[in-house]
Each structure stands twice: as structure tokens, then as C-alpha cells.
Design a protein around this ligand. Sequence first.
Ligand code: HEC
Length: 111
Amino acid sequence: MITVRSGAVLIIFLAAIATHLSVSADDFTDMPDDKGRLEVFVQCSLCHSMQIVNQQGLSRAAWKKLLVWMVDEQEMTQMDSNTELLVLDYLGKHYSPETQKQRLRDRGLLP
Ligand code: HEC
């Protein structure tokens, strides 16, 4: 039975989780709009900010290796194969060495 008291405890618990998660709306709005965007955001913001993803510019193959590491060493749950395809396509397209250089150019950090 859910009492008023346990309801209050639940709310405090959820608030604690929300502040613990490093999810920010900015992280999502900064991401290029394309297929796989939501999947990447949901999967990758579970443990850390999207900024950590932003800082990388990797080929699709290198992203694939990094995700193996994320599952083997960082306790990430293995994604189902459809989600993994969407995530890898998105990462390989929008977080590649070229797009990373472009992001740095946009910020005036590269000529
Ligand atoms: C279960 C938790 C978890 C999930 C989910 C997760 N990561 Fe990570 N990730 C980590 C941890 C832990 C680190 C290491 C942070 C550190 O070194 O301080 C990390 C580090 C990284 C790094 C930095 C690697 C480096 O060499 O410095 C990148 C890039 C990254 N994650 C990308 C992703 C992407 C992309 C996704 C989604 C597909 C994702 N992560 C999902 C836990 C997770």
C-alpha cells in the first residue's frame, strides 16, 4: 500500500536520481537533428554528459570499439542490435573526426 509517507519518500528519491543524472536539455538541443539522435541521447546520457561524447571525433569503426569498451569495462548495458545500428550510424556521421574539426572551427578554435 502506498501511504502519504512512502509517497514523499518516493518523491525525494526521484529528485535525488534526477539531480544525480547528468542530463541537460542543452545536451539534446545541441545535437544535430537526424535519425538516431534520441537513441544516442537516451543511451549515452545515462551515465555521463553528452559533452564527453562531443569531445570525441571518431570513425564509425572506432565508435564501435569504444562501445565494446563501454559495455565490457564501464558497465554499460548491451544495446539491442537495432538501437546499436542507429547509435553507430549517428555517431559515425555526426561525431566523426571531420565534424569534430568543424565544431572547433565554429568555435574559432581552429583556423
Ligand atoms: C553504464 C554507464 C555508461 C553508459 C550508458 C555510457 N557510458 Fe560512456 N563512459 C562511461 C564511463 C564510466 C566512462 C569513463 C569516464 C572516465 O574515464 O572518467 C565513459 C567514457 C566515455 C567516453 C570517453 C572515453 C575516453 O577515452 O576518454 C566516451 C567518448 C563515451 N563514454 C561515449 C559514450 C557513448 C557514445 C555512449 C552511448 C552510446 C556512452 N558512452 C554510454 C560510462 C557509460
